[in-house]
Design a protein around this ligand. Structure first.
Ligand code: GLP
Length: 256
């Protein structure tokens, strides 16, 4: 795992955007895994700037979203269908036909989640998965004690996650109780995991993910099982890491 600690949120966004841009420049048909939430917003803004400048095109790239709320109409402003359209597909210029979001409305969740897994496999798997992390360590919507072998399925959101996400709704009661999320096993199949986190509220989750024992109680610790994981954090999110000095040294002395 590579841990990169940077001074500002903007630097975090630019460093992660560089990884995405390098992949898509080399492989225009790359398959991206895209996350919602506040954490990756800077990455999308930075990439959109590069698209607007004519330096980059996502026109042939594919994307799969990590998760979706159950029961929200697709056109609800907070459905992840809407959020991905608004924050990713539009600004980055993806072909909407090449972007998938789990179906939170199909009552046959077994069939719809199996279909989602099949679509990812048929696309050749995810080349680069962008990830945020919840304050309780959740990845996608895989709450604590989610199996590292789990696949796309329905889950119940933790009360903490509903409280955290209440800021996007009128009040916490409006946050759906259930979601469809890629499993931790699905996420582990991606060829490169790029996790970004900013701010003090993520410091414990980052410390457990990077340095804690591998445990489903802190789902972010799945990163330790992946052969190519990059964690990019600001100083506040890095503040509970014990080996911060080593990560800074390793980054400053990275072989070419
Ligand atoms: C959300 C999303 C996750 C995201 C996490 C952190 O609920 N389902 O994919 O990584 O929680 O969110 P934020 O980046 O807003 O702190």
């Amino acid at each position: 795992m590579e841990v990169i600690i940077l001074d500002t949120e903007l630097e975090v966004a630019c460093a992660a955007a560089d990884l995405v841009a390098r992949l898509v420049a080399h492989t225009p048909t790359a398959v991206l895994g895209v996350a919602t939430g506040s954490s990756p917003q800077g990455i999308y803004r930075e990439l959109a700037d590069r698209v607007d400048a004519g330096d980059l095109s996502f026109g042939r790239a594919r994307a799969f979203a990590l998760d979706e709320y159950v029961g929200l109409p697709r056109d609800h402003a907070q459905s992840y269908h809407s959020v991905i359209q608004h924050d990713v597909v539009g600004p980055l210029g993806f072909d909407p036909a090449l972007v998938r979001v789990p179906d939170g409305l199909d009552p046959d969740t077994d069939a719809s989640t199996a279909r989602y897994e099949r679509e990812i496999a048929e696309a050749g798997g995810v080349d680069l998965q962008i990830l945020g992390i919840g304050s309780n360590g959740h990845i996608g919507f895989n709450e604590p004690t989610s199996s590292f072998a789990s696949r796309t399925r329905i889950k119940t959101l933790a009360p903490q996650t509903r409280r955290d996400n209440a800021r996007f709704f009128e009040n916490v009661a409006d946050v759906p109780a259930h979601c469809i999320t890629q499993g931790l096993g699905t996420i582990l199949d991606a060829r490169h995991l790029v996790l970004v986190a900013q701010g003090r509220s993520k410091a414990a989750a980052i410390a457990h993910a990077v340095e804690g024992p591998v445990s489903s109680v802190w789902p972010g610790s799945l990163l330790q099982l992946h052969r190519h994981a990059t964690v990019i954090v600001d100083e506040a999110a890095a503040s509970e890491l014990e080996l911060g000095e080593y990560y800074r040294y390793a980054f400053a002395n990275k072989p070419r």
